[in-house]
Write a protein that binds this ligand. Structure first.
Ligand code: C2E
Ligand code: SIN
Ligand code: SIN
Ligand code: FE
Length: 375
């Protein structure tokens, strides 16, 4: 017997090699990219596309689209991919262009020429369709066969589980964010507060951090964590918080404690996000020149998250009406902030602020508090 490996053996080897890489892959996005690559090699296809089904919007959008620089999206009642998503059936088509279900728009958009298509639905463990796995153009000029169908079904099964994981993770994250925003809103003493203030604050801090070149994960954490900067105001008497005039010395002593109360609420967590909120609650009123509270920290001894939130907080306070003050004009706001650079604010944060100012103003207008008459 000859020992030359036949096609089956080669395929099994490939499958095994990919399995090793798949086990080592930690992110779901990476996993899907890998599965697409695997499908392309194993089935000798020219391209593989993975579409995710958005059941609410009834669209398919490409999560992985080999050879296509931009995302592909189309309604689920269109195309061969749409048919597979709606019926849950595998479709093996020799010449797509002669098939009435084919959606030629995708080729027009991507400049590709589709010939053979094998499309299989991606299902989760409850047999619900999550999306579609599609390989295009068998490279030997033939069309996809029964074995290809079986292989793609296996890969689609793995992909389905991966997509479900992403969605579960995103749901958990969303729920956590929602809880945090609600908690932060509850901490606001004004019952008429719309939560817009919190939304603005978190957008401002993330924007500045991005401009300063911090990595996406840091910016995203800061976005959420900064929404809790004033959570310690829960511990300050309403009479002080809502006083429509300047505070006297005893009231100020109380007011400044909101940083300590916030730190108390958020301390001792092992969660990355809550740890960051703890830092921010404690340090957002420290000043760069050391004249802030509660600790009089100076310069880079103040956590960067606190330095960024400090500027965003003042920008928001100045451009909003408070119980004790009216809104300032943009001109006056900028004068106060610019005057504070190097004294109140970190100059690096100040520089980034200047660069993102147009976007800050856009956020301010988009999320401004409703006019008093509407309240
Ligand atoms: P807040 O109203 O959110 O203000 C946050 C920060 O924005 C202030 O921190 C301050 O740095 C800046 N800021 C706010 N309004 C003005 C202003 O009219 N001029 C200037 N130059 N900066 C302003 P700060 O001062 O440590 O205050 C912390 C919190 O204490 C404030 O949060 C607010 O809740 C309360 N607060 C401050 N001043 C008064 C006041 O006169 N009356 C009352 N009832 N509360 C006050
Ligand atoms: C289709 O599913 O009808 C077209 C999809 C594609 O060409 O990628
Ligand atoms: C705050 O900054 O949390 C209080 C909101 C307000 O003063 O209107
Ligand atoms: Fe504060």
């Amino acid at each position: 017997m000859k020992s030359k490996p036949n096609g089956k053996v080669k395929k099994l080897r490939l499958l095994l090699e990919f399995s090793k890489r798949i086990v080592a892959e930690k992110t779901s996005d990476g996993l899907l990219a890998l599965l697409a690559e695997e499908a392309k090699s194993l089935l000798a296809a020219d391209r593989c596309t993975i579409f995710i089904l958005d059941k609410n919007k009834k669209i398919l959008w490409s999560k992985v689209a080999q050879g296509s620089p931009s995302m592909i999206a189309f309604p689920w009642d269109k195309g061969i991919a749409g048919e597979a998503a709606r019926t849950g059936k595998t479709l093996n088509i020799k010449n797509a262009r002669k098939d009435s279900r084919f959606n030629p728009q995708v080729d027009r958009d991507t400049g590709y020429r589709t010939k053979s298509i094998l499309t299989t639905p991606m299902k989760n463990l409850r047999e619900e369709v999550q999306g579609v796995f599609q390989v295009l153009n068998k490279t030997n000029g033939k069309s996809f066969n029964k074995e290809d169908e079986e292989l793609l079904a296996i890969l689609a099964r793995q992909a389905g589980a991966a997509v479900e994981n992403v969605q579960l993770y995103e749901q958990v994250l969303e729920a956590a964010q929602d809880t945090i925003f609600r908690l932060a809103a509850a901490a606001e003493y004004k019952d008429k507060d719309t939560g817009e203030h919190i939304l603005r604050m978190s957008r401002y801090t993330a924007l500045i951090a991005e401009e300063m070149g911090f990595p996406p994960r840091f910016c995203e954490n800061l976005r959420i964590a900064s929404s809790m900067h004033d959570i310690g105001k829960l511990g300050v008497p309403d009479a002080i918080l809502g006083k429509p005039a300047s505070l006297n010395e005893t009231e100020w002593v109380e007011m400044r404690k909101h940083t300590l109360y916030g730190a108390e609420i958020l301390k001792d967590s092992t969660n990355e996000l809550i740890k960051m909120s703890h830092k921010i609650a404690l340090s957002h009123h420290e000043k760069f020149d050391g004249s802030g509270y509660p600790s009089g920290l100076k310069g880079e001894a103040i956590p960067i998250e606190g330095r960024i939130t400090a500027l965003a907080d003042v920008f928001d306070a100045l451009t909003s009406k408070r119980a004790y003050k009216e809104k300032f004009s943009m001109k006056e706001t900028l004068r106060i902030i610019r005057d504070g650079v190097g004294k109140h604010f970190d100059p690096k944060v100040g520089e980034a602020f200047e660069r993102v100012l147009p976007k800050m103003v856009e956020i301010l207008h988009k999320h401004s508090d409703p006019a008093p008459a509407e309240r």
